[in-house]
Structures are given as C-alpha cells and as structure tokens.
Design a protein around this ligand. Structure first.
Ligand SMILES: [Fe+2]
Ligand SMILES: [Fe+2]
Length: 270
C-alpha cells in the first residue's frame, strides 16, 4: 500500500500519531484477513467437497439430456437422408446403457424407489418411473442391436432406429424432468438429515465403483466428443440470430414456430 497516497496528510503527523495509525492499520488487516478466513471456512462448511445426492442425480440427468440431443441430431440426419456415422449412435447408446441405465437408474431403483414406496410417498409416480426404466432398457437394447454395423442394412433399419430413438427422447424428457422437479426435491422427506448426508457419500462411492475415478467428468468428455463428431458441440449455434430477435414488422406472417431450420442453417455456416 502507498501510505502517502492513502493518507495524504500523514507527513504532518508526529511520530506517536504515526505509530498509533500503524497499529490501527495492523489491527484492520488482521480483522480483514480473519474475516475472510472465517468466511471461507463457513463457505467450506456449507459446500463440502462431496455433492449431495439430488445434485449428483441432476447432473447425471444433464449427461442424459445431452445424449438425447445427440439422438435428436441422429434422427434429423436419418430423416434428411444425410450421412450418419453409426458409431455416434453406438457410442451414445453405450453411455446410456452403462452410465444412465447401469448406474444412475440403478441408484434410483436401489436407494430411492424402495424408500418412497415404504413411506407411501409418490407411489404412483415411482411405479411409472420403474416401468419407464424397463421400457428404456428395451429401447436401448434395440438401438444397440441396430447400430451394429453388420445388422444395419437399409431404409427399414434406419426407420426403426429413428423410431426407437424418437420414443426414447419422448419418454426421457418428461421422465427426467419429473424426477428433477418432484421426486428429488422430496428425498429429504423420506430420509432423515443424517441418512441424507450418508446417501450423497454412498452415491459417490458407487460412482467410483461402477464408472471409476472422475467417472462423471469422463462421461461428459465422451459425450462432448460425440457432439463434436455430429457438429452440435458449439453451444453458440443454438443462440437465436439477430434477425430472429428483431421485433416483428407489421404484416409479417413469421411466428416463433417458423424458426426450426435455424440450427441446421447455423451448422451449415460453420
Ligand atoms: Fe429414473
Ligand atoms: Fe433419473
């Protein structure tokens, strides 16, 4: 700190006054650092290293949603008779099979659904969610079978693959949204605070056990690679263009629904 600049009149003070001022500055520095450290400690207490069970499940839904977008792009290419690298379908379905169905949904089935059923809370919702997990697995088995190079032959296979992916997207959008907004916020009602904390640790242990160290981060990287292959990684391409954002002119017939081709337009410009 430049003391003369901070305290322009300091040269007029006597030696004793300067000593007092120095002491006060020292105290103020201690307090400032002490306050910052105390604040940091409080933050660390509020945000432990681990993630809570709902946060864990919700970020896994984020991976699922990105995979639904890769499926959506695959469907678009099938419908438009554009080239579709089958490996992207296979890679997406592999992650869904191992990470979403084999890990994420297993957590829900082992740790959440039974607890809700035992407590008699959201029983009908849980019943539907269970059925949808089974339906999803059947679709994924079919998608993986079709994505196998040898068995993928012609237009019928492409149509069936598109249909399976469409059904998968149609179900998992509402499925994950309902879990995020209804099931997960209710976990605290069926678990005690202590059990709730342990649940977060259990989920993290399971993640390491099933998908290895930094499993979530690795899955995100894999999904990003698929998105890059399909040309849907660049987030900016999904931002409405300025002409769409401009106020509609009088007499214009354009409606918000006219905007659907924009994503492919943007892709074509890259
Ligand atoms: Fe689920
Ligand atoms: Fe889920």
């Amino acid at each position: 700190m430049n003391v003369s600049r901070a305290f322009p009149g300091i040269h007029r003070l006597g030696a004793g006054s300067v000593l007092v001022l120095g002491f006060l500055l020292l105290l103020s520095g201690c307090d400032r650092h002490g306050g910052r450290d105390a604040g940091r400690a409080a933050t660390m207490r509020e945000q432990p290293d681990g993630v809570s069970a709902p946060e864990d499940l919700m970020r896994e839904h984020g991976v699922l949603r990105r995979l639904l977008l890769t499926y959506q792009e695959c469907i678009r290419r099938i419908d438009a008779r554009e080239e579709l690298p089958l490996q992207t379908v296979k890679d997406s379905a592999d992650i869904i099979h191992a990470f979403v169905e084999g890990y994420h949904e297993k957590l829900e089935e082992d740790y959440l659904f039974p607890r809700f059923e035992k407590a008699g809370v959201l029983v009908d919702l849980v019943k539907t969610l269970r059925m949808q997990h089974q339906a999803g697995r059947r679709l994924t088995d079919d998608i993986l079978r079709l994505a196998n190079d040898e068995s993928f032959k012609g237009p019928d296979d492409r149509a069936r693959l598109a249909r399976d992916m469409r059904e998968f997207i149609r179900m998992y959008g509402p499925h994950s949204a309902r879990e995020d907004t209804v099931l997960f916020p209710t976990i605290r009602q069926v678990y005690s605070p202590r059990e709730f904390d342990v649940l977060g640790d259990t989920f993290e242990d399971k993640e390491r056990e099933v998908v290895g160290e930094a499993g979530f981060e690795k899955m995100v990287e894999k999904v990003a690679d698929i998105e890059k292959t399909l040309g849907i990684y660049d987030l900016g391409q999904f931002t409405p263009t300025p002409d769409v954002m401009a106020p509609a002119k009088a007499g214009s017939t354009q409606t918000p629904d006219d905007s659907s081709p924009r994503v492919s337009d943007a892709r074509g410009q890259r």
